[in-house]
Structures are given as structure tokens and as C-alpha cells.
Ligand binder design. Sequence first.
Ligand SMILES: Cc1ncc(COP(=O)(O)O)c(C=O)c1O
Length: 394
Amino acid sequence: MALSAKMLDFATRSSWIRKMFEEGARMKAQYGAENVYDFSLGNPDLPPPPQYLAAMTEVLAEEKPGVHGYMPNPGYPAVRKAVAAQIAKEQKVTVEETEMLMTCGAAGGLNVVMKALLDPGDEVVILAPFFVEYNFYIDNHGGVAKIVNTAADFSLDLAGIEAALSPKTKAIIINSPNNPTGQIYAREELDRLGELLGAAGRKFGTVIYLVADEPYRKIVYDGQEVPSIFQASNNAILVSSYSKDLSLAGERIGYIAVHPEVTDKMLLLGAMALANRILGFVNAPALMQRVVARLQGVTVDNAIYARRREAFCRVLSEAGYEFEPPKGAFYMFPKSPLADDAKFCGLLQEQKILAVPGRGFGMPGYFRLAFCVEDAVIERSAGAFRRAMAAAKS
Ligand SMILES: Cc1ncc(COP(=O)(O)O)c(C=O)c1O
């Protein structure tokens, strides 16, 4: 076999969402798009806010010598200044432009952080259910993922996390609002996590970084707030992007920021700037950096996601599904009525509903539904969800 055996194995492990996506395309061709309820993909379907086009037009008018040239690997200083000011507002901690860097989305940012932190065999704790790519990002840089389940309500299992820490632990990655559960970790949970990581680091004579992946920070419901990670730990590293809150997922624009008192700050920032370069990103897309700098504090119309969330909660409750209503992001993560979540997703598929089995996120017994779809798809799917539940019970 000419190909890497590891990559072939990864391709199998990462295939659930892709498999459902391909199945959806096949079913839409066969039955007509309006007759298929495709909740498989978290690809934001809302248009970017109107300010986006105005910002883009302004940026395009700025054509001048050197504007397409190389730049410092962390990004344009003026862009970093604008983004740092917004991060400081959200995190309630001062953040200077020198304490952050622009990246190719949150995915690029997470790879940069892992590259900067990990030596072969170092461990990174991730929490199930997880964004499946974390496993690959950790492995990309020689690390080993240590999986800890969240509690039954998807809050942090602090005792479980503590038990998973070892002298080899370099970091924990948390994601709030969460994909796939939609849950937001509370202030007290984050504070206790920060304390326990600090205590473990002191016990082992190491530093354990708290990496917060927050691309859904601004997509929240019922007035929820996402607590500041920088207030929970001095060793926090924030990774985020504009993929979801400005619906710019394909443009690959995001950032990393560190707490102003993070351990080994200058070394860490230097290592991350180098990682941005040598991973081949070199720098975040130039045009998009200049666009997002003008869009600080702007977000897609959350009221649309809020309306869909309400409709989906109603449809699922009326059909008898058990779930925690999401507090943020655009996913539902109901309990599968069958212990075998893949089998139940098969029953959903017979009703032309596409969902991703929980095992694709490291948590069998559940399934994920993404509501980046028009309201009408959710409304029309009600009968199909009821029939799938009846089939599971028969
Ligand atoms: C939890 C989580 N983290 C990171 C990412 C990657 O985001 P980006 O498109 O900004 O790289 C996603 C994308 O779906 C995600 O759901």
C-alpha cells in the first residue's frame, strides 16, 4: 500500500459526517431536495451580515503597492489591534495585539497551538462528545488524545478530568458553546477547571494549558453569556474564528489569543508565529484579515437560529425525543431511542432524515442534528421524526 496506513485508518474514523453528507446528496437526487431532511452538516447557511459587503467593498478599493505582499506571520498589526480590542471586551481582560495572532480559521489555530505545545507522546485531554477533528489535530503534532466523557447533562466532569491528568499532560481542549451538544460551561465550572489544572501543574512540576475553542461564542440563546476563559485561568489560550458568527467558514479566517500572564508568553507566541509559517499557512488570508478588522462586534442574525432552535425543540419533544435544549451553537444532541445510535440513524434515514450518530463524536447512544437549514425543513420533518420514533419502539 503506497498510502499511509494511519491516514487510511483516519479516513475510516472520520467518515460519519462525510458519509451522511454523501448519502444526503444521493437521496436529494433520488427523491427531490424538498423531500429530504438533511441535518447532517454544520455549514452555516445564513448570509454574512450586510456590513460584510460594505467592508469588502472598502477593502477592495484600497488597492495599492504591496497590498498583496507577504506580511508578519501573526498578521497585519492594525488588524491584530482591532481584533485584540474586541477580545479584551469579550474576555474582560486586557489583550494587546502582540498577545494574539490571526490564523486560517479555528482549525488552523488549533493546529498552530498543538504544534507549539507538543512533543511526541505528550497528552491532551479532550471531552466527549467532541469535535472529531481534535483527535487528528493532536495526532498531527505527535500528541496523544486522552478522552474524558462529560457529565450526563454535558457539563464538565471535573473529577474525571482530574483523574486523566498526568505529568505528560500539556493541555486540555474545551469547546463552549459546544459542538455537538449546544451546551455552555458555567462560570463556576470553568473556575474550578482552572484551579484544578493549576493544582495538577504544581503537583507534577509542569504547566497545563487550558485551550478554549470558541467559534460559537456569539451564537447563544435566551440571553446566555459565554463566561470569560481568561478569568478562569492565566494559562488559557483562546482559539476562535469568524466561520460561524459571520458565516465566513470557507474564507478560513480566525485567531488565537493568550492570557496576558500566560506561562512562557513570549516563547509561546514566538512558537505559534513560527508554527503558523511552517505548517504552510504562512499567514491568515490577507483580504479577509482586512475585512474582519472592520467587522468587530458584528454577528449574523441570531434571531433566525433562535427561531429554528425553538421549532426543533418543539418538533422533537412532540415526537417523544429526550434532549437538553441547546444554550448555544446550532446543534441538537438528542438521546437515541435505540442503544445502537447508528441503527437508529438508519431508521431516521428510512424517513429521509439525515443525522450523524453520536459515536461519530465519541458518544454512542445519541445523534446530532444541525439546524443550519431553512425553518421549513424543520417544520416539515415533524412527521418523519414521529415515524422514526414509532419504528424504534416497534
Ligand atoms: C467545535 C469546532 N471547532 C473548530 C471548528 C473549525 O472551525 P473553522 O472553520 O473556523 O476552522 C469547528 C467547525 O465546525 C467546530 O465545530
